[in-house]
Design a protein around this ligand. Structure first.
Ligand SMILES: [Fe+2]
Length: 328
């Protein structure tokens, strides 16, 4: 199951909890969104005064956006507005936070993890590492890197682009009195955190400073209004295409059908092949995965089997094999 729709959520009134995990001790967290199957999540993390950690890596791609404070990480100094993409398995330097800091921390593939190491994993895609100050080191652009695009008055700074999924991470701002009168949805999940300011959407009302959403694909959002301006951090999990329309009553299934009609018009051969019977394209995870994937003890535990049930099934399997051997 993917992450549920969370919108609108304002985190400022929620209390921090201790993050009692190896590599995170001395920090506190709030969950903004969570995939309960994979553990992938978006957290707001407070690194308390004096937080320290040795060099190490995570098993998940990780993104950090520093909201407040200053962190020393290896040879780098991160200040307010710093954006970092750390690919899974890449070791980053020792961290020290003498005066405290607050950050959005994204674990894109699995639960928060830390393995102390001063070396990268041999499979880490280290070329993807990104570190820049989003406020200072990148220029504002119009948002028309996506076409059709949003109304004039929305600017963005792309910070990271995933060449495999076409997902992007970016900051964006809405000018005071920004208006967009149509309704939008996408094929991708979309998340956003309001660093400052407030904006309004027809379906979800005002989203103030500290506001957050995780919005799964094909959910209507818009029209849009912004009175005093907004600056926000945004992220998608795959390619963002703006499907615009003016029907506030359409539901996710209707939007999905309309998106498929779009695919049919643009790539009819691909559509026909994917939709036809008797083809040989994969139907789901079972066709991508190794045939013994579902027997793997860790996978079974993830799907809710108790350790005892896993052990007893393994024993029965062994006994069956023995009987088969004997009967031969
Ligand atoms: Fe959107």
């Amino acid at each position: 199951m993917a992450r549920p729709h969370i919108e609108p959520y304002v985190e400022l009134d929620t209390k921090y909890k201790k993050l009692d995990l190896s590599g995170f001790k001395g920090s506190e967290y709030k969950v903004l969104s969570l995939d309960v199957d994979t553990g992938a999540c978006t957290l707001k993390v407070r690194f308390n005064n004096g937080f320290k950690r040795k060099p190490g890596m995570s098993y998940s791609d990780m993104e950090i956006f520093l909201l407040e404070g200053r962190m020393k990480v290896g040879k780098e100094v991160w200040t307010r507005g710093q954006y970092i993409f750390v690919p899974a398995g890449m070791a980053i330097g020792a961290i020290s936070v003498p005066q405290g800091a607050e950050a959005l921390v994204f674990f894109n593939d699995s639960e928060p993890s830390f393995l102390e190491s001063d070396r990268n994993h041999q499979l880490a895609l280290t070329a993807a590492y990104t570190s820049l100050n989003a406020y200072v080191d990148a220029p504002w652009m119009t948002a028309d890197i996506v076409n059709p695009s949003v109304a004039v008055g929305c600017l963005m700074k792309p910070l990271h682009y995933d060449p495999l999924t076409e997902g992007i991470s970016f900051i964006y701002c809405l000018a005071p009195q920004f208006r967009q009168d149509n309704i939008s949805y996408h094929d991708c999940a979309e998340e956003s955190y309001h660093i400052w300011g407030s904006s309004w959407m027809l379906q979800f009302g005002d989203l103030p400073t500290g506001g957050y959403f995780w919005r799964p694909p094909y959910i209507n959002h818009g029209s849009f209004r912004c009175e005093i301006g907004t600056i926000a951090f945004g992220r998608t999990d795959s390619k963002l295409h703006n499907y615009f329309h003016f029907n506030p009553w359409s539901n996710v299934d209707e939007n999905r059908l309309r998106a498929v009609a779009h695919l049919y018009r643009q790539r009819p051969k691909l559509y026909q092949w994917a939709a036809s019977d008797g083809h040989n394209h994969p139907h789901g995870p079972e066709d991508f995965e190794h045939k013994h994937y579902h027997d793997d003890a860790q996978v079974r535990q993830l799907h809710g089997d108790s350790p005892n049930a896993i052990k007893s099934k393994a024993k029965k399997k062994k006994a069956k094999k023995k009987v088969k051997k004997k009967s031969k």
